[in-house]
Design a protein around this ligand. Structure first.
Ligand code: EPZ
Length: 417
């Protein structure tokens, strides 16, 4: 298994182009199942999760052209299976996003229950309840969801809690349903909006994207389209935290300020200076790093996917900070490893109390999930001496050639096979 070896202490400086968003590309790839016409993606990202989704779509019979990391074409004009098998779904939970489109277009889908993962049980009850509201029959057999319908019909979907994947599945299912669907308590994440914009380009009738109430007027069929997925706000936020902790200065190109308001506000509260120029954001450092308090929430609140990275940053702030994780049950796996590097963090329920400023010392640490691994890299960039981050395959799921991109900013980091 690959690992990263990092020598801390170098301020990150330079420019970096932010890649397209993993969490926008994944649902958009699944949307190709909704039409027999070709969907063209002008760009993509070379990530293990994208490869997993493409192998699942290939298994279903989608014709795939182009290459991961560049332009991609998908054409679902000869679907040969409606089954998403366990060995593919267990690799990547977002595989559940094929359920809505398969059911909408082919009236049947058999998808293995996605397992939980390091950050929590990850149930999909809201997805299934929503599909039943549109007239789907849901059976569970031997760990598989079997969804059938003699034709989805428009209805009212009320999510008991905000769910990004649930909103995406129901968006894709409802655009071919007969009649009008209203989704209440919908997710407002930019990646949901990006999927919705692709569906509209394909001919879907959708109002209210980006709000908590989305109204869809079903259509008979949708067509091909050309799409450029939005930049990855989580990669951008991760690089911002890495720049901040090393007191460097980095210009991030191709990132949208409106998708990063909460992390930007937190960085400014901590004393960092940010400059905005069109679709570029430059992060610079102030005199000292001030403590602050963070609570994760659905968009436009502070993203749970940046929680671990900002906990690492807060270890260098003067004073006590609190970080409250409200979205996932166990998303503090990075904290034990940060403590081994000398961080003073106490966990009280779903709150991490971070006391700074603490000099971090390089250590051998273990990545446990995607964003926790990014947190350990960020800590390693400022720790004295050498940090070895093991099981870096977690990080490769969501960050493209992360060590090479950090190296272009001056980081002393290398991948060891
Ligand atoms: C998406 O996961 C993202 N993944 C996650 O990013 C992100 O952390 C999450 O949204 C929250 O923003 C992708 O987009 C591929 P949810 P998703 O459904 O859709 C509970 C990363 O690091 N819930 O919004 O699975 C659930 O357990 C990943 O890139 C139910 O209870 O998240 C969680 O506590 C990690 N029942 C909360 O809702 C359901 O039916 C939010 O989950 C669905 C969800």
């Amino acid at each position: 298994m690959d690992k990263f070896v990092i020598e801390g202490g170098v301020p990150l400086c330079g420019e970096l182009e932010i890649k397209p968003a993993k969490n926008a590309i994944l649902p958009c790839l699944a949307a190709s199942l909704l039409t027999s016409e070709e969907i063209i993606f002008n760009n993509s990202a070379s990530l293990n999760d994208i490869c997993s989704m493409l192998s699942l779509l290939d298994h279903l019979g989608v014709k795939i052209g182009g290459n991961v990391g560049g332009a991609l074409t998908l054409k679902a004009d000869n679907i040969k299976s409606l089954v998403a098998p366990y060995d593919l779904v267990r690799k990547m939970r977002a595989s559940i996003l094929v359920l809505g489109p398969l059911l909408a277009r082919f009236k049947k889908a058999k998808v293995s229950f996605p397992g939980g993962c390091a950050i929590g049980p990850r149930p999909i009850d809201q997805h299934l309840k929503g599909l039943e509201s549109l007239g789907a029959k849901i059976d569970v057999e031997e760990g598989y969801i079997i969804a059938t319908t003699d034709g989805l019909r428009g209805g009212e979907v009320v999510f008991d809690k905000v769910t990004v994947g649930g909103t995406e599945n129901l968006l894709m299912a409802s655009i071919l349903a007969n009649g009008k669907t209203t989704i209440f308590n919908a997710a407002r994440e930019p990646e949901v909006v990006d999927l919705g914009n692709l569906l509209i380009k394909m001919g879907a009738k959708i109002e209210g994207l980006g709000t908590d109430k989305i109204v869809i007027e079903g259509v008979k069929e949708v067509k091909g389209a050309i799409h450029s997925p939005i930049p990855d706000r989580i990669e951008a936020g991760t690089i911002m935290a890495a720049t901040a902790i090393t007191k460097g200065k980095v210009k991030l190109k191709n990132c949208f300020k409106e998708n990063l308001e909460s992390p930007i506000i937190k960085l400014e509260e901590m004393g960092f200076s940010l400059n905005f120029d069109g679709n570029s954001i430059t992060v610079g450092s102030g005199k000292e790093i001030r403590s602050t308090d963070i609570t994760t929430a659905p968009f436009p609140g502070f993203p749970t996917d940046l929680q671990a990275q900002f906990v690492a940053l807060l270890t260098q702030a003067e004073g006590t900070s609190t970080v409250k994780e409200e979205i996932f049950e166990s998303r503090f796996m990075h904290i034990n490893e940060l403590q081994r590097m000398g961080a003073d963090i106490k966990i009280e329920g779903n709150i991490a109390v971070v006391r700074g400023k603490n000099e971090l010392k390089g250590a051998e640490v273990m990545a446990s999930d995607l964003r926790a691994s990014a947190s350990l890299v960020i800590a390693g960039l400022v720790a004295q001496g050498k940090t070895v981050v093991n099981r870096i395959y977690h990080l490769d799921r969501g960050y493209e050639r992360f060590e090479e991109r950090l190296e272009t900013l001056g980081a002393r980091i290398r991948r060891v096979k």
